[in-house]
Each structure stands twice: as structure tokens, then as C-alpha cells.
Design a protein around this ligand. Structure first.
Ligand SMILES: [Zn+2]
Length: 351
């Protein structure tokens, strides 16, 4: 039977682990609009994800978070940090964390970057030249070469030019795929991991869909389960929740968070439990319409009970899901509801 989001059948699943090394503190207005008075600051992680194909014994990373040694950022990043006032904390670089799971950079066949912003680029110099770099359509023309060839670049050119850089094309003629409206490619060729074309925030922004469990006879696994990696399609869960098809039961949530009954409705800028709390501001996009289209498609995945949506800066994960070296393959449908509304606690400051 055809999947409602046109996810093709697959013969394999991948293991996904979340790698958590970063915290960023910044004003909400930098990434969200309109203002919600009860919510002034964002405390965000910037995740990297290990995708491990256990049968093919192939491992890739999706994004690298932030690098630990800020001094090696290009001048454009230093300038941005000085002007923006973002506070950053990075405890470890990704290779240090991989080591805790008995892995090393040589084990990683490719790093897929959702986009070119410094909070996703990590430190590519710590990976061997044999690790391929995978980017979205238009990336090379728009963002390479890096610094110092291009003064304003957030990429360090010496780190990038030692790698083979593969720019994905989603126009693959008769073999082209579309999943939930996103043009897609089947990365391993067996339906276990798809890269999705999700532009708007930047040129060539990539998202991904991983099949993490194949259906079996157990009650929890009557259908395949998935994890959707949203990158920076948007930066906060309140940009795609709630929706008409996934409304907020505000009284139940108020009871859970011990707030007055109508609190989460009153906090909502439109007093509406069927539209998202926030929008992505135009200054966070290269193409506002494309960004809005990508967010609308993301909502469809979020409303599907077989898919767990995780965006790159999703603080809701912390304390709710396991981190590397454990996997998140065993996420439970019954726990998805609590996970999806965990961001509401951000509005409760001062109550
Ligand atoms: Zn980001």
C-alpha cells in the first residue's frame, strides 16, 4: 500500500544516534517572529547525527554542530558573534565524542551538511580527506570557495578543498523521487535513508528521512518507523506546531505544566490552537516563499504518527531521548505527543 507521504518501500533500516556537544543562547527575535513576551531567549543545542547502516557497514554524519576551538573560525564568524551577542558553549568536538563509542573519523565515509552556517560545520579539518562532503543543489556556486579566498565566507577553504565535495542533484529524470512534496534521493539505494531538497533558509538546504525500524509482528511495529532530520528548515518547534491537523489541546497541556487553563492559548499571538506560535522571519531566509513551503511540508511529516521530526536545534530532545552512543531507533509512538509539546515549557518562565 502506498504511504500517505509517498515514502517508498524499503528493505533495510539505519541506526541513528544524536550527538550533543553544543549550547547556544540568543534572543528569540533573531530566529522567531512575532515576539512572545513570556519567551525572550532561546537556549539551543546544535546536533550532529550519526547514521549507521549496519548491513552495509557504512557510516555517515548529518551536520557537525559547532567547533570547539572558536579561534579557528573565519573572520566573518568572529564578526557575527561579536555583533550578535550569541553565547556559545562547546564541550567537545565530534571526533572526541565518536571515540567514546569506539569510532574515529576514518570510519565516517561522508559528512552531509544541511547548510553552510557555522553552527553546523563543526571542524572538518579533523576528518581525513577520504571522508566525502555532501551538500545540496547550488551550494558550490553560492558558498565556495571559502575564506580567505572569499572574505565573507563562514567556511575555511583549506579545510574544504582537501575533500571530494558531492553536490546532490534532485533532477534525476525518471528515477526522481518525491517524498511528502520534497524532491528526494535514496542515499544507500535500499530505502533506508533519503536526502530531501528543503530550500529557503539557505540555498541547497538539505533535510533527511531515515527508516529506523522495519515492520514486524509486534504491536509497536505494525508499520515501519522513521526519523525526519529537519536541519534548519526552521529553528524552533513552535514554528511548525500546532497545526489544524495536529492541534494543541491547550487545557490538557496547561494541566500538565501546572499553568492556568487557558495559558497556552493566551500566550499564542493569534490565540489560536491550530496555527503555529511563530513564523520564521524573512531575515532568516534567502527565499521566504521557499522557506514557508518547506515548513508546510515539514508539518505533514510531524503530523504522521510513524515519523519523529527532529530539527537541528531541537532542545525538546534533551532529557527525553538517548544520545550517542545509544540510538534513537526505539522511539515510542506513545511518547511522541509529550516530546512534540515539550517546547511549551519555554513559555512558563515566571509562572
Ligand atoms: Zn543553525
Amino acid at each position: 500500500m502506498e504511504h500517505p507521504l509517498n515514502i517508498p518501500n524499503g528493505s533495510a533500516a539505519v541506526n541513528i544516534s544524536v550527538i550533543d556537544s553544543t549550547r547556544m543562547r540568543l534572543p528569540c527575535s533573531h530566529l522567531l517572529t512575532p515576539e512572545i513576551p513570556q519567551h525572550q531567549y532561546l537556549d539551543l543545542p546544535s546536533f550532529s547525527f550519526l547514521i549507521d547502516h549496519p548491513v552495509l557497514q557504512r557510516k555517515i554524519l548529518f551536520d557537525l554542530g559547532l567547533r570547539k576551538y572558536f579561534s579557528s573560525h573565519p573572520p566573518a564568524v568572529h564578526k557575527f558573534l561579536a555583533e550578535s551577542g550569541w553565547e556559545l558553549q562547546v564541550t567537545k568536538d565530534i571526533p572526541e565524542i565518536l571515540k567514546e563509542g569506539n569510532l574515529c573519523p576514518d570510519d565516517i565515509e561522508a559528512v552531509v551538511f544541511s547548510h553552510h552556517h557555522f553552527d553546523h560545520l563543526g571542524d572538518l579539518s579533523q576528518f581525513p580527506s577520504t571522508t566525502e562532503v555532501v551538500v545540496g543543489p547550488g551550494f558550490k556556486d553560492a558558498y565556495l570557495p571559502g575564506w580567505p579566498v572569499m572574505d565573507e565566507s563562514s567556511l575555511v577553504d583549506d579545510e574544504w578543498k582537501k575533500h571530494t565535495i558531492r553536490e546532490i542533484s534532485f533532477n534525476d529524470g525518471p528515477n526522481s523521487l518525491s517524498i511528502g512534496g520534497f524532491p528526494a534521493i535514496d542515499y544507500f539505494g535500499d530505502g533506508s535513508f533519503f536526502l530531501l531538497d528543503a530550500p529557503g533558509h539557505t540555498i541547497g538546504h538539505l533535510a533527511a528521512l531515515a527508516r529506523v525500524s522495519l515492520a514486524s509482528t509486534s504491536a509497536e511495529l505494525q508499520r515501519d518507523k522513521f526519523v525526519f532530520l529537519g536541519g534548519d528548515i526552521c529553528h524552533y518547534p513552535g514554528v511548525f506546531r500546532p497545526t489544524k491537523s495536529f492541534p494543541l489541546h491547550f487545557e490538557a497541556q496547561a494541566a500538565f505544566y501546572a499553568c492556568p487553563a487557558s495559558f497556552f492559548l493566551d500566550v499564542h499571538p493569534e490565540n489560536n490552537c491550530e496555527t503555529p506560535y511563530y513564523r520564521m522571519p524573512a531575515h532568516c531566509t534567502v527565499d521566504k516563499e521557499s522557506a514557508e513551503r518547506s515548513i508546510r511540508k515539514l508539518c505533514e511529516f510531524d503530523g504522521n504518527e510513524d515519523i519523529l521530526v527532529i530539527i537541528g536545534h531541537d532542545a525538546s530532545l534533551i532529557g527525553k531521548l538517548d544520545f550517542f552512543p545509544k540510538t534513537i531507533n526505539g522511539w515510542k509512538r506513545g511518547a511522541k505527543n509529550a516530546f512534540q509539546w515539550a517546547f511549551l515549557k519555554d513559555f512558563c518562565n515566571g509562572i
